[in-house]
Design a protein around this ligand. Structure first.
Ligand code: PLP
Length: 490
């Protein structure tokens, strides 16, 4: 440090600013707590075992008039907040999709928070921009995406999907909607499968497409979008004077892990001049495995793709990545340049504020850099392979159990099942039995599943992907499922 710094102001005697020594002491105590937390995370109930209002009842109704010591606030964190947390890093978290973090990612988050940088443009933190450039290149290579795909890091897949839909809208209307608004022209129509995550419908609503113009294409083989049905719907819409403009295909649907067939869908998109976006929020991480890459056969016609390293690539929430084939369309859709945002570097650099909705941006590339370097590609592949193998193994055991039914097969590391004892008839009674089983399992605090309906039947969805999940956790969960289910019958 150069020694021409101005002398320190003594400052006011009150306030939360800690001296360097106090900060160091608290930070060390926090790090100790964090290390203990990870060491003992499986001792906590996976899903918070509280009722609505329990936590709020313990929080003062009014803000404090005078400052409080960090020790007191930290104590309340442990006593009040922690019991109301669902432990996403618990190795028996089998609900939703994972949000799997890792120690290197967490360490990087500490640095990011310390820097407190707002990385909207190259100039506001050149290293953040250039590291993000490089991380996007690394990810493109790791995932086997085509040369030329570029993109940026977003907060969530929902934002990435919205960004892609808006870009598609502008591309399809020669950038007219941005200028004139959604005027009197024929409505634009978007297509996705009946299995698509609600984020697509939400994005279409926000982008002004209107829910009425979101077509849910029926599913065909292995629950993927039926391309023949897509082609028919596009024809019918054109005949009705509407303007088909975009297809959102899913790799790894949230309910059942289904894969939409990109190659035939891409052919239709090419023939009909439709933007093809791929939502691979969860399954995208598995593209680092050469053996699962067949899911992107047909990537040649894809215009954009989103996936979440914060789901299954050991990078703490939040970190979602949006790739585009032509960044020009994306930037033209989002760029806005008031005088105060202009910087002298101009076109020589990427200014990621122009690559999506928010102006302000967190330095998310840093944690990806830590994760990719500390695991290495081999380390990441080994972890994901292990999750997939565990899922296939347990799914096979469920299939073999006489009183259980594997309802959807293990696709990557997701499957669904239900309890199906021989004396209960198909229908409402079986649904109710499984609903009771599902709630009973989650109430134990030992596991956390989510439910789904597959062709109307109530099923329990089992997703494996937590960083700390080992065979013993999955086997203990399967034993608990059987024991709890059979006890319901007695
Ligand atoms: N797409 C799919 C396939 C998902 O499974 C999810 C969430 O689980 C999303 C989109 C939305 O993700 P996010 O929470 O990052 O917005």
């Amino acid at each position: 440090m150069p020694d021409d710094r101005p002398a320190k102001d003594q400052g006011p005697a009150v306030g939360p600013e800690l001296s360097a020594e106090e900060f160091r002491r608290h930070a060390h105590a926090f790090v100790d707590w964090m290390a203990d937390y990870y060491e003992h995370v499986e001792d906590y109930p996976v899903r918070a075992q509280v009722e609505p209002g329990d936590i709020a009842a313990k929080l003062p109704a009014h803000p404090p008039e005078t400052g409080e010591p960090i020790e007191a606030i930290f104590q309340d964190f442990k006593d009040i907040i922690l019991p109301g947390m669902t432990h996403w890093q618990h190795p028996s978290f089998f609900a939703y999709f994972p949000a799997n973090g890792s120690p290197p990612s967490l360490l990087a988050e500490m640095l990011t928070a310390s820097l407190g940088a707002q990385c909207m443009s190259w100039q506001t933190s050149p290293a953040a921009t250039e590291l993000e450039d490089r991380m996007m290149e690394w990810l493109r290579e790791l995932l086997g995406l085509p040369e030329g795909f570029t993109g940026s890091i977003q907060d969530t897949a929902s934002t990435g999907i919205l960004t892609a839909i808006i870009t598609a809208r502008e591309w399809a209307t020669d950038f007219a909607v941005n200028e004139k608004g959604l005027g009197g022209d024929a409505p634009l129509v978007l297509y996705c499968s009946a299995e698509t995550h609600s984020a697509t419908e939400k994005g279409a609503k926000i982008a002004g497409i209107g829910r009425e113009h979101v077509r849910k294409v029926p599913i065909g083989a292995e629950r993927g979008m039926d391309p023949a049905a897509l082609a028919k719907m596009v024809e019918a819409d054109k005949a009705a004077g509407l303007r088909p403009f975009c297809v959102v295909a899913t790799l790894g649907s949230t309910g059942t892990g289904a894969m939409d067939p990109l190659a035939p869908i891409g052919e239709i998109c090419k023939a009909e001049t439709l933007w093809l976006h791929v939502d691979a929020a969860w399954a995208g991480s598995a593209l680092i495995l050469p053996e699962t890459r067949a899911m992107i056969d047909g990537i040649g016609h894809v215009d954009s793709l989103v996936f979440n390293p914060h789901k299954w690539l050991f990078t703490n929430f939040d970190c979602s990545v949006l790739f585009v084939r032509e960044s020009e369309y994306l930037i033209r859709s989002f760029e806005i340049l008031p005088e105060f945002l202009k910087t002298r570097e101009g076109e020589r650099v990427n200014n990621y504020r122009d690559w999506g909705v928010p102006l302000g941006r967190r330095f998310r590339a840093l944690k990806l850099w830590f994760v990719l370097r500390s695991y290495g590609a081999e380390g990441l592949r080994a972890k994901i392979r292990e999750h997939i193998a565990l899922a296939h193994d347990i799914a096979a055991r469920i299939e073999a159990a006489p009183d259980f039914e594997l309802v959807t097969p293990a696709r990557l590391a997701l499957f669904s099942f239900r309890y199906r004892p021989p004396d209960i008839a198909e229908g409402e009674a079986l649904d109710t039995l499984n609903e009771v089983l599902f709630e009973a399992l989650n109430d134990t605090g030992k596991v956390y599943f989510t439910q789904n309906r597959v062709d109307g039947d109530y099923v329990i969805r089992w997703s494996i992907g937590q960083t700390a999940t080992e065979r013993r956790h999955v086997e203990a969960a399967w034993a608990l499922v059987q024991q709890t289910a059979r006890a319901l019958q007695t």
